[in-house]
Write a protein that binds this ligand. Structure first.
Ligand SMILES: C[S@@+](CC[C@H](N)C(=O)[O-])C[C@H]1O[C@@H](n2cnc3c(N)ncnc32)[C@H](O)[C@@H]1O
Length: 283
């Protein structure tokens, strides 16, 4: 993976390569190539502080695939991925394309405010000919109105039908002052019965005492990126689903949300650091 990472492409317009970016560092954790030296340096320091960080990121990406597959099985055909990141490894639209029953149609809207994530998503969707059924909205998810009324969102999502909204590994970049519960509620209000809301979040709950300091150090290190990070527990996350009941198995470690394979030893070490839940709007 090192070779691919050393050959990052020229930065698209508007991309700040002087400061590490959350989207690009996450891409580096996943083994992608949309990252610059400043991101890799930051990522390497993060690994020193918190050696499980790459496995935590991978578990989260695998969760994304499991939720999308489960939503497809439940009949949902529209996906709104808020804080979608650099779409290099395991995108929603790729999972949809692979698992959508033959002859059926689905749509995907990616939302990220990071220029490199946006630029790369546009190139990628154009390159693989998916732009008629998927698109990128470069907006701040905290401005739900801007996301929901964006031309691309309106073109691809029919809010009279169920939507699977994903907020995976993104709300830990939204501070309490921004009132994440109210932001989430604004999306929920717009969604039809049968819609899903999936959330995953970094946590230090149920983490061995000696590792709490490591995850806190990781969070502190994000002070110097485009996004500071907040570590939260289930007591803070559960109310975010509002009145929507959680689907089985509830709010659980990321790796335990409907797993489809056994955990590796590295996966077991990463397991305590992420929480995930998916709720559905009752009919
Ligand atoms: C850790 S990545 C997660 C990517 C993807 N959701 C996943 O789970 O694999 C977080 C992404 O959220 C984006 N992000 C953070 N805050 C955001 C905001 N307020 N609005 C839109 N995107 C945001 C970052 O730019 C980054 O690409």
């Amino acid at each position: 993976m090192g070779d691919r990472q050393r050959s990052a492409p020229a930065a698209p317009d508007g991309v700040d390569t002087e400061r590490p970016s959350v989207a690009r560092v996450y891409d580096w954790y996943l083994g992608g190539d949309q990252n610059w030296a400043i991101d890799r340096e930051f990522g390497k320091r993060a690994v020193e502080l918190f050696p499980q960080v790459k496995d935590v990121a991978r578990q989260n990406r695998e969760l994304l695939g499991r939720i999308v597959r489960a939503a497809l099985e439940a009949g949902i055909r529209q996906f709104l991925d808020l804080g979608s990141g650099v779409p290099t490894v395991g995108n929603v639209h790729e999972v949809v394309r692979e698992h959508l029953p033959e002859g059926e149609a689905a749509t995907v809207v990616y939302v990220d405010y990071e220029p490199v994530a946006a630029a790369h998503a546009i190139v990628l969707l154009e390159r693989d000919g998916s732009t008629d059924w998927s698109g990128l909205v470069q907006e701040d998810l905290r401005d739900a109105d801007a996301v929901l009324t964006n031309r691309t969102t309106k073109r691809l999502i029919d809010f009279r039908r169920p939507v699977c909204v994903l907020m995976l590994a993104v709300l830990h970049f939204v501070g309490g002052d921004d009132q994440p519960d109210e932001i989430i509620a604004q999306y929920q209000q717009k969604l039809a019965p049968g819609s899903w809301l999936g959330i995953s979040h970094i946590t230090d709950e149920n983490v061995p005492a000696e590792e709490v300091a490591a995850v806190r150090a990781l969070a502190d290190s994000y002070e110097h990126t485009s996004n500071p990070m907040w570590v939260r527990g289930s007591g803070e996350l559960e109310p975010w689903f509002g009145a929507w009941p959680l689907l089985e198995p509830g709010l659980v470690p990321v790796a335990d949300w409907r797993p489809d394979c056994a955990l590796t030893p590295a996966g077991r070490r990463a397991r305590p650091f992420g929480l995930a839940g998916v709720a559905a709007r009752p009919s």
